[in-house]
Design a protein around this ligand. Structure first.
Ligand SMILES: NC(=O)c1ccc[n+]([C@@H]2O[C@H](COP(=O)([O-])OP(=O)(O)OC[C@H]3O[C@@H](n4cnc5c(N)ncnc54)[C@H](O)[C@@H]3O)[C@@H](O)[C@H]2O)c1
Length: 124
């Protein structure tokens, strides 16, 4: 039974990926992590998470975590607990103009967060 981590699972691609995995997988564990940031309306992200909760098929262990991939302790804890077979890292900060006003969020998600995920994969 595969254990899959999808980061950014409240986002556009991440939420659609988890719906697809629900359809394609016979069993296993899917863990999603998202910090529900306000780059765009977080209520859309909450809605997507609610739709995912409703769609969980029998036999799939679905765990939704609210948190940042920049939180190294949290990421290490998840990797230790679930020992993922597959990691899909979709939690990221997109946009060019937004980066001028908000450089910190790019450093948090795209540099520190990405680095944490890579390191956790390397050590697992
Ligand atoms: N949508 C597209 O057309 C497209 C095209 C090419 C590449 N991409 C890339 O694919 C990825 C996902 O795109 P998307 O359209 O789903 O974007 P999205 O903004 O809808 O989803 C990203 C999700 O990641 C979450 N997130 C951001 N930083 C986080 C952090 N530090 N910790 C936890 N969660 C965090 C956000 O809350 C959001 O829900 C991005 O890297 C994007 O650049 C998207």
């Amino acid at each position: 039974m595969k254990k899959i981590l999808v980061t950014g699972h409240a986002g556009f691609i991440g939420s659609n990926l988890v719906h697809r995995l629900f359809k394609e997988m016979d069993g296993g564990t899917i863990v999603g992590i998202d910090n529900l940031n306000n780059y765009y309306d977080p209520s859309l992200k909450t809605y997507r998470l609610e739709e995912l909760e409703k769609a969980v098929p029998a036999g799939i262990n679905y765990v939704s975590v609210k948190g940042s991939i920049a939180d190294r302790e949290l990421i290490n804890k998840l990797f230790e607990e679930y020992k993922f077979d597959i990691v899909v890292n979709l939690a990221a900060q997109a946009g060019v103009r937004y980066s001028i006003e908000n450089p910190d969020v790019y450093i948090e998600s795209n540099i520190i967060g990405f680095y944490n995920i890579l390191e956790a994969c390397r050590h697992s």
